[in-house]
Design a protein around this ligand. Structure first.
Ligand code: ADP
Ligand code: MG
Length: 239
C-alpha cells in the first residue's frame, strides 16, 4: 500500500449557485480500500461523488488524486486517469444495446486489444450481461441495468470506482447479487467509494465509512464501529 492516499478531499465545498450543498468535507481513501459514505436523502452524497468525478465543479477546498490537485481537470480526463462514476439512477443509454453501453465505457481508450480482454473479464464477472449483449438496454430489469452500469465503468479500467446508490429500487436478492459483483471488483484491487442510503448494508460491507449530514461529515470509523454507534443506530438503522 502506497503512503499517498489515492483520493483525498480537504475541506471540499460544492455549491449549486448560492446554495452550498457540500460545506467543507475532508476524507481519504487508501489504495485498495472499500469505503462507504452514508447519510439521509439530501445530505450531499451525490454532490460529493459528482464533484470527485468532475461532472460538478468545486467551490473551495482541495481534491487530490494520487496526491495531485484535480479540481480543474475535466471529467473525461479524470476518467482516463482511472476515476469512474456509476451514477445515481445508473445512467444507462436506454436505446442502445447492452454491448454498445459497455463499449461506451471504453470510449477514451486507445488500447483496443486490452479493451477486448476487459470485455471478457466483465462477461466472466457478469454472466447475465453476456447473455443479453444485443438486447436494448432500456428493456432490462433494474438489477440488470445496474450490472451494465457497473460493467460499463469497468471498461474504463478504473482505479477508483465511485458507486452512487447501487441498491436503489432493487429487491433484496438482486441487491445481494450486485454487492457480490462489487466485492469481486474490490478483490481485483480496485479502490471503491460506495454511497448508500442502506446504511446497514454499507456498514457491513465496507472497511470504513463516513456519515454525512447536511453537507458535513459528522462521523467516521470502521464499518463495525459505526454499526455499534448508538447515534448511527438511532439515525440510520431505525432504532
Ligand atoms: N441540481 C441541483 N440544484 C440545486 N440544488 C441541488 C441540486 N442537486 C442537489 N441539490 C441539493 O443539494 C443537496 C444535496 O443533494 P444530493 O447531493 O443529491 O444529496 P444525497 O445524494 O445525499 O441525497 C440537497 O439539498 C439537494 O436539494
Ligand atoms: Mg444521492
Amino acid at each position: 500500500m502506497s503512503a499517498t492516499p489515492l483520493l483525498q478531499l480537504r475541506d471540499l465545498r460544492v455549491a449549486y449557485g448560492a446554495i452550498e450543498a457540500v460545506k467543507g468535507i475532508s476524507l481519504e481513501l487508501a489504495h485498495g480500500e472499500l469505503v462507504s459514505l452514508i447519510g439521509a436523502n439530501g445530505a450531499g452524497k451525490t454532490t460529493t461523488l459528482n464533484a470527485i468525478a468532475g461532472t460538478l465543479g468545486t467551490a473551495g477546498g482541495e481534491l487530490l488524486y494520487e496526491g495531485k490537485g484535480i479540481e480543474k481537470l475535466p471529467a473525461h480526463l479524470r476518467l482516463r486517469r482511472g476515476l469512474a462514476l456509476v451514477p445515481e439512477g445508473r445512467g444507462i443509454f436506454t436505446r442502445l444495446t447492452v454491448e454498445e453501453n459497455l463499449r461506451m465505457g471504453a470510449y477514451c481508450r486507445r488500447d483496443h486489444d486490452a479493451v477486448e480482454a476487459d470485455l471478457e473479464r466483465v462477461f466472466t464477472m457478469l454472466p447475465r450481461v453476456k447473455e443479453r449483449l444485443q438486447q436494448v438496454a432500456g428493456t432490462l430489469s433494474g438489477g440488470e441495468q445496474q450490472m451494465v452500469a457497473i460493467g460499463r465503468a469497468l471498461l474504463s479500467r478504473p482505479r477508483l470506482l465511485l458507486l452512487d446508490e447501487p441498491s436503489m429500487g432493487l429487491a433484496p436478492l438482486v441487491v445481494e447479487k450486485i454487492f457480490e459483483v462489487i466485492r469481486s471488483v474490490a478483490a481485483e484491487g480496485v479502490t471503491i467509494l460506495l454511497v448508500e442510503q442502506n446504511a446497514n448494508l454499507a456498514l457491513e460491507f465496507s472497511q470504513r465509512a463516513y456519515v454525512m449530514e447536511s453537507g458535513r461529515i459528522t462521523l467516521a470509523g470502521s464499518g463495525a464501529e459505526l454499526l455499534a454507534d448508538p447515534k448511527v443506530r438511532a439515525a440510520y438503522l431505525g432504532e
